[in-house]
Design a protein around this ligand. Structure first.
Ligand SMILES: [Zn+2]
Length: 380
């Protein structure tokens, strides 16, 4: 298993699939799955490639979702090894995307081949793969396109695993069962410009906004719940003034972001902020962008099977978390009954010299294989 896995991971790393260009990586997976007897649907759009593969036509449907695109390597001279050649060094595997998330894809593909080649494994259901090349960039032509296709064809996935890197210190110590929402605001506070020596003739937007800023940044929005941390509100930009000391500025620009849990909706948070701005009698304009809704999977068979499989292969019980940035889970949840994320270590993702402990690749492959077996053939 190890040699095949390393070869496959090396092949995937060798495609320079900087988002959203698949650079041959999706074509390679297409061929691999075709050889295993999968029916393939390609939903390529613009520069993005998307692949939906399915074997079996019964329910339940188990799906693995992932992305082949990677972030740029940055300054190649700073890399210890070529980022597009998988390199083993002192117990670690180096390469752009090995953790996020080509290593996970390779592990699943090898587990899948092994599962299907075992004649004792019956498949009273279907297995699907949803692979995109647009996760790291805009994500506008990627998973969302495949989700639309599934909706149009009334396909609901019963159990879905997204292979994003979720592990923290040891492989399998954390699985993500949801993600927080992300809501950004771009605020302009309107004042009246004038000579600093004549404040009565002006409206200073800095002074006007100061109290609202203090209040906004000290609110406890909630205390979190069993699965979500407390909602966080952070100012990210604050600009005002002409760069001189004798003019009161005309306006002030502030931007801020909520990472919020499932105790709120975006509209509720927007209303609370705007009520506060009005109470402070500010004249303002605000634009809102919601880039992700919060979601949390319902507790069921998938969490049970994954927890059991990790315990079997790694002898630890994973923590169920919802922290970190957004993921394509925000789109997939619309077509999945149960969805969670399980993958390699996220310690070095997007970094120069991205790497994982070498033994993790085989272990993840064994965990994925155990999950397939427990979903379809063995009870736990
Ligand atoms: Zn990723």
């Amino acid at each position: 298993m190890q040699q095949e896995l390393i070869q496959l991971a090396n092949r995937l790393i060798s495609f320079k699939s900087i988002s959203p260009n698949q650079a041959g990586a999706i074509d390679f997976i297409h061929q691999y799955l075709d050889n295993l007897g999968f029916t393939i649907t390609r939903l390529d759009r613009g520069k993005t490639s998307n692949l939906i593969a399915r074997i079996g036509n019964q329910e339940p449907i188990f799906a693995y979702a992932g992305h082949v695109d990677v972030v740029p390597p940055g300054d190649i001279k700073q890399w210890q090894f070529d980022p597009f050649t998988l390199t083993s060094h002192e117990g670690k595997l180096y390469g752009r995307g090995i953790a996020d998330m080509k290593g996970s894809i390779a592990s699943f593909l090898v587990a899948l081949k092994q599962f299907l080649s075992n004649k004792n494994n019956k498949l009273p259901g279907s297995i699907m793969l949803l692979i995109t090349s647009d996760e790291e960039a805009a994500a506008t032509d990627g998973t969302i396109v495949m989700v639309d296709y599934l909706k149009q064809n009334n396909i609901i996935i019963d159990y879905c695993i997204l292979g994003e890197p979720t592990s923290l210190d040891v492989l399998g110590d954390v699985i993500k069962i949801g993600r927080r929402g992300s809501l950004s605001g771009y605020l302009e506070v309107i004042g009246k410009q004038g000579h600093v020596a004549y404040p009565d003739l002006c409206k200073n937007p800095i002074h006007l906004f100061a109290k609202a800023l203090t209040e906004l940044s000290s609110i406890t929005w909630d205390n979190g719940n069993d699965y979500f941390p407390a909602t966080s509100f952070q100012f990210t930009n604050l600009n005002s003034g002409l760069g001189v000391t004798n003019v009161i500025p005309d306006n002030l620009h502030a931007s801020f972001n909520f990472r919020y849990n499932n105790l709120h909706t975006a509209t509720q948070l927007q209303n609370k902020v705007e009520e506060l701005l009005k109470r402070h009698q500010l004249e303002y304009n605000v634009k809102w962008t919601e880039s992700a809704k919060p979601f949390c999977t319902k507790p069921g068979k998938l969490i049970e099977v994954v927890t059991h499989s990790i315990k079997q292969e790694s002898n630890l019980t994973p923590q169920l978390k919802t922290d970190g940035g957004t993921s394509d889970g925000r789109f997939l949840i619309d077509v999945c009954t149960e969805l969670l994320e399980l993958g390699l270590s996220n310690r070095h993702i997007h970094q120069i010299n991205e790497n994982i402990p070498e033994e993790d690749l085989v272990r993840l492959c064994k965990i994925y294989l155990a999950i397939l077996e427990h979903i379809y053939t063995q009870s736990i």
